[in-house]
Design a binder for this molecule. Structure first.
Ligand code: SF4
Ligand code: SF4
Length: 444
């Protein structure tokens, strides 16, 4: 009888010291180091009629870890099917909402030219009707909401009011994108009522740095102390039920301060905080147009690599946490038929990045609580499939990327190419895999 396994198409194979391979499977997430000769022998063995018990045992282990798969299994068609099922599932909703375009901060690199605008009573009612119409007909079984701005905590009453309606949906949860300053006791006490289990906050370093980058509009007060206190209060109250992503925006001036920031958060709760290092880019509008400390891509990648080590050494992460994850057959919420952004004025966009300044509007929420779609932009977004792109369909990184950002692929992102440099992407991920492998071994 022929042996019936073949290598997965998603084995990312990197040459390593002493005639070894490091193989990371982007579909299963498994990582191994294995002798080149042994791996090649197993692949040959599976193409032969031979029976060799030792090879069969190893082969079975590699099957369990996803490095080998059944010969008749078509991984790409499986992913395509799952992607279609997710995208066109009529009961999954993922909605980003901007209750205002206003901010209490005036950050050094902010791209916004803000003329404050708030969601009107009419738009709030239309959102309520939109949800109620669907609840009445059992058309929502999964609702994710992300609160953006501006600064959503300047619209606490809107969050409070709309959450009452959203909570009626099955599987409801919310994410809050905030600068973290304007929490008050009432909001903190109600976090579970608002379904919030993930909060994204930005801190650009310890207080001596953050307060130079992220200050209140009156420039009189720093913001670090209050934001840190708020994170502590929420963590003390809810522990791991509320997770924080702390984004650190870096330029040449503050690039060596994030380590101190990480140190300062060590005692709070390492299990519910992640740090995400970003680089600050020059923008075309707002304060960001005067910004001139942009870190080069090479230097940024070195910082990310050092950052992974710092987070591991400080106990925030296990090295394996840095392996890219299988993202579940879709890149982001805009791929969903029911994935979109509601702007403060009822305009509908796919990507939240298009909401301020408002562009690429795909429709408007009307007074019946329905969306009137606009032909010119709507079809462009909903017609996009990663598998129409040959490069993505044949890419080893597909399970961890799923074609990347649709906004970029559609050519809507200024200064970002619409075509991906696949070889560069593979090299980038391979370098992370090797670092993770070495980091894991160095802390054994
Ligand atoms: S966007 Fe690039 S890295 Fe992602 S799947 Fe497509 S080719 Fe691969
Ligand atoms: S920027 Fe790209 S990845 Fe992010 S939400 Fe918009 S389309 Fe999705």
């Amino acid at each position: 009888m022929k042996n019936n396994l073949k290598p997965s198409e998603f084995n990312l194979i990197t040459d390593y010291l002493d005639n070894q391979y490091i193989i990371f499977n982007t579909f299963s997430g498994s990582l191994i180091k294995i002798g080149k000769d042994l791996f090649n022998e197993i692949v040959d063995f599976n193409n032969s009629e031979n029976k060799k018990e030792d090879l069969e045992n190893i082969s079975n282990k590699l099957f369990d870890l996803g490095f080998l798969i059944k010969k008749e299994f078509d991984e790409k068609s499986f992913i395509k099917l799952k992607n279609r099922q997710w995208r066109h599932n009529p009961v999954i909703y993922s909605i980003a909402i901007l209750p205002n375009i206003d901010c209490n901060f005036n950050c050094k690199y902010c791209f916004e030219n803000i003329e404050p605008k708030y969601m009107s009573e009419e738009t709030i009612c239309n959102i309520e009707k939109f949800i109620e119409n669907r609840l009445k007909n059992n058309l929502i079984n999964n609702l994710g909401v992300s609160w953006y701005g501006g600064e959503p905590l300047l619209s606490k009453n809107i969050i409070k009011r709309l959450s009452k309606t959203f909570k009626k949906a099955n599987n409801y949860r919310a994410t809050l994108f905030t600068n973290g300053f304007a929490f008050d006791e009432d909001f903190i006490n109600n976090i579970p009522n608002y379904g919030i289990n993930l909060i994204h906050i930005t801190l650009d370093g310890p207080s001596e740095i953050n307060d130079k980058y992220r200050y209140l509009k009156n420039k009189k007060n720093g913001t670090y102390k209050k934001i840190k206190e708020n994170i502590e209060k929420i963590t003390n109250k809810y522990g791991n039920k509320v997770y924080f992503n702390i984004r650190v925006n870096l330029d040449y001036e503050n690039q060596n301060y994030y380590q101190k920031l990480i140190e300062e958060f060590k005692e709070i709760n390492k299990n519910n905080i992640s740090f995400i290092l970003h680089k600050i880019c020059k923008t075309e509008s707002g304060n960001g147009s005067k910004f001139c400390g942009e870190i080069s891509q090479n230097d940024y990648e070195s910082i990310l690599s050092e950052g992974r080590e710092t987070l591991t050494r400080n106990g925030f992460k296990d090295p394996l946490d840095f392996l890219p994850k299988n993202i579940g057959f879709h890149h982001c919420f805009v791929g969903l038929d029911n994935g979109f952004t509601i702007n403060y004025n009822g305009a509908i966009h796919k990507c939240f990045g298009d909401a301020n300044p408002s562009q690429n509007i795909i429709g408007y929420l009307n007074s019946d609580g329905e969306i009137d779609y606009l032909d010119e932009h709507y079809y462009k977004w909903v017609g996009y499939d990663y598998y129409d792109n040959l490069q993505c369909s044949n890419c080893k990184l597909l399970p961890i990327c799923m074609g990347g950002c649709t906004h970029q692929r559609l050519g809507l992102t200024p200064n970002a190419p619409s075509i991906c440099d696949m070889e560069k992407a593979i090299e980038y991920v391979s370098n992370i895999v090797i670092q993770v492998y070495e980091l894991k071994n160095s802390i054994k």
